[in-house]
Design a protein. Sequence first.
Length: 267
Amino acid sequence: MSDPAVIVEKDGHLLTVTLNRPEKRNAVNCEVMCRLFDAWQQLDEDDDLRTVILTGNGTTFCAGMDLGDIEKLRRGVPENEWMERVMGDKRIALGAFLKTYRPTKPVILAVEGFARAGGTEILQGTDIRVAGQSAVFGVTEVQRGLFPMAGSAVRLRRQIGYAVAAEMLITGEDLPASRALELGLVNHVVPDGQAVAKAREIAERICKNGPLAVKAIVATLRETETLPEEEAFQIEQRYGSAVMSSEDAKEGPRAFLEKREPVFRGV
């Protein structure tokens, strides 16, 4: 039996999702889409999980969509169970890329090498991003006469500004990690080979925090992104009030006064 195209590992409160097609530069085929979609649902459905790291095996994070599968999907004749599932469930393809489905818990990205096309598209659906210093990012679909269907034509300009986003999208040229950091597209640039280690450091910090508070903050950030302040505050108030009336909100201050680590139960 061949290795899975995506490796999903649970370690305490942390889920690690690793693209595992290094010989194909981790290009996304139908199996990858299905396994990614399943991983995001696992993250949401398992109350013990608090965050996830997404990364890739080998020297490349992700070369984008497997162009061979695009043509097979266009023909509409499935040649394996994964393709049949993608064709039969319209949620999977774009949900896998974090466009139409986003977990309720934070997603941390660890990129080594290049993230092109779908590799940079999925980045925009993550919450915290770490890159090796040699990493490059590019929405390269236009160079193949394709359209970036996983959200970049809308999301990228909101994350790094219109002019830079327009140039990336229209030329398809790469953005080095140092420039991505300057623009706020990534949070951290670390020595090559250290992206996952830095991501785990961030994940461990998140896992120590109150899980209800983390989920409520993530939800507020996402739901208020394009709203006027007055409307946004109403959403913030709803989520914040629920957290402040929880048992975790009592445990945190109590643990501080008792000079011990809090034991959050997510209630």
